[in-house]
Design a protein around this ligand. Structure first.
Ligand SMILES: [Zn+2]
Length: 541
């Protein structure tokens, strides 16, 4: 009798202890180095070559080539091998795009994507391809990955020992480039992935920069600003809370919403602030494009292997969720897109949307966990905050993660860009926006914006002295010529068009100096200058 009872018990333990063995070429650099090293670009390419040779379900393409000539690989995982966007579309399954290493010092995403390729293609996660197509880009910022040095990210405490640079080799932060699109990588991402493959979900993998909260991983949805709220609501109110409780119950990991607090505001913390709403951040831009998006931020102060663990669990639970909610996801995005177009059609000439925003309180965090601080009395009588090793839980922490418009503008039926400003039309096309060219001269009713004040930031940001225009809209009827560009607002990327072209937008093409030359020549300081992009209204109120 004893024997009979013991055997099933032992058997039930077997799967938990079953050891997976992998060939040498599928073992990643951190695993080989006891987590001292992160993978180089060449090692990532070798891994991809190896996995491609061992699996029927992987197709590899190059997103683009970096300034220094390094290929940016994308691996398509699907359970009947899909090689083209047309095949993906015909399958009816959503495409999920997951990207690592946008900031090449934040490296665990790159490693996790490789681990997941191994598990999904050859291990025990094959079911994740039942209802979706996965696109993995492990090493988006290729050039800077290999410029490894110690001390690059002080908050990461040299774990791994050396990591690459944040900016790309043009000196640009790839996560501030979503609107101006100056980086080779951004243009490649849009041209080779976002526009042809049309991912329904985007996950961008990062590491935090400093705040000693006590969450192993923090997340944020794409912030909407003037966009349709459905994608934000789905990610922020349903998907991420559910995944957060799953990782807590399955792996005892603490995940929570992304943010920072500031010790200068006193202790214990009263406020926790998310990042900005601007669509220059790729995750936010996805929101304006009516698609789901997730920012993942592993906790910088945990060791490299722990950050790999939490990011791995996060991404695999996201993929479990998207696999079981594939049709819901398609519906949410499709509805957001259809409602955006309908809203623009109905609202042109009267509907107002935000063009500048400020951060506002969203809710109270009642079980906020953080490393605790105490005050140290110094010899000169002053005090300073020192962090203890104790994790404390605080109530009544206000989470600032809502964005309120501080300035609004009226949605037009569309915009006319005079032919000489073709730079603007080129940028819109890079975003996937439909731009027509007038085939004959046309007279249109609408509004022009009179710029009364044009200011530029004294401090450069991303190589730009960012611009801001203020003034007023006045009704006008204007004649346009053959060759001028027409951008109708009633199209899927309506909210993005509005944010790019509105003269007072806080992240538009004017902000990024696309019109400096013109405006500076006309000297706004002497008399008001007309913003050259015209807003036409098919019906005026
Ligand atoms: Zn980052």
């Amino acid at each position: 009798m004893r024997f009979i009872f013991i055997v099933p018990f032992l058997l039930s333990l077997v799967p938990a202890f079953a050891q997976q063995s992998w060939p040498e070429d599928l073992i990643i650099a951190p695993e080989k180095s006891n987590y001292v090293k992160t993978s180089t670009h060449a090692e990532v390419m070798d891994f991809i070559k190896a996995i491609q040779s061992k699996s029927e379900n992987a197709f590899v393409f190059t997103m683009g080539v970096s300034k220094e000539g390094k290929e940016i690989p994308v691996v398509v995982l699907s359970n009947t091998k899909i090689k083209t966007p047309a095949e993906a579309k015909a399958s009816g399954k959503p495409v999920v795009y997951i990207q690592g290493n946008i900031h090449a010092g934040e490296v665990e995403g790159k490693e996790v994507v490789m681990l997941l390729m191994r598990e999904i293609l050859l291990g025990d996660k094959k079911h994740l391809l039942d209802n979706q197509i996965i696109l993995f880009a492990p090493i988006y910022n290729t050039d800077s990955n290999d410029k490894m040095e110690k001390g690059r990210r002080p908050s990461q405490e040299d774990s791994p020992l050396e990591v690459g640079l944040r900016e790309n080799s043009q000196g640009l932060d790839l996560n501030r480039d979503g609107m101006k699109m100056e980086a080779i990588e951004t243009q490649a991402l849009f041209a080779s992935v976002l526009l042809p493959w049309d991912p329904q979900v985007f996950v961008d993998l990062h590491t935090t920069n400093g705040t000693w909260h006590a969450y192993s991983l923090t997340w944020a949805p794409g912030y909407q600003s003037s966009g349709h709220p459905a994608t934000y609501n789905f990610v922020n109110n349903k998907m991420l809370p559910e995944i957060t409780s799953t990782v807590k119950s399955k792996y005892d990991l603490n995940f929570g919403p992304f943010g920072d607090y500031y010790l200068r505001e006193g202790w214990p913390p009263k406020n926790f602030y998310t990042y900005n709403h601007h669509p220059r951040y790729l995750v936010n831009q996805f929101g304006l494009r009516n698609r789901l998006s997730i920012l993942s931020e592993a906790f910088a102060h945990e060791r490299f292997y722990q950050r790999i663990h939490s990011t791995y669990r996060f991404v695999s639970e996201i993929l479990e969720y998207t696999n079981t909610h594939a049709s819901d996801i398609i519906t949410v995005n499709k509805t957001a897109e259809a409602e955006t177009i309908a809203e623009m059609k109905a609202g042109a000439g009267s509907l107002k949307k935000g063009v500048r925003f400020k951060m506002a309180p969203l809710k109270k965090l009642d079980n906020f966990i953080t490393y605790d601080y105490i005050q140290k009395q110094k010899a000169d009588g002053t005090t300073e905050n020192v962090r203890t090793g104790k994790v404390a839980q605080y109530k009544d922490v206000t989470y600032h993660a809502r964005f309120e418009p501080t300035l609004e503008a009226t949605v037009p039926s569309g915009y006319i860009i005079p032919a000489r400003f073709s730079k603007l039309a080129d940028n819109l096309r890079l975003h996937g926006i439909k731009v027509e060219t007038l085939t004959k001269s046309t007279t249109l009713k609408g509004e022009v914006f009179q710029i009364e004040k044009f200011e530029k930031a004294k401090q450069a940001f991303q190589g730009h002295a960012m611009a801001q225009a203020d003034g007023k809209f006045v009704s006008a009827t204007k004649k346009f010529s053959k060759g001028d560009f027409k951008v109708e607002i009633a199209q899927p990327l309506a909210n993005l068009i509005f944010y790019l072209l509105e003269p007072q937008s806080d992240d538009g093409l004017l902000t990024w100096n696309f019109l400096d030359e013109y405006l500076e020549t006309l000297k706004v300081e002497n008399k008001p200058v007309e913003y050259p992009v015209f807003k036409y209204m098919n019906k005026t109120n």
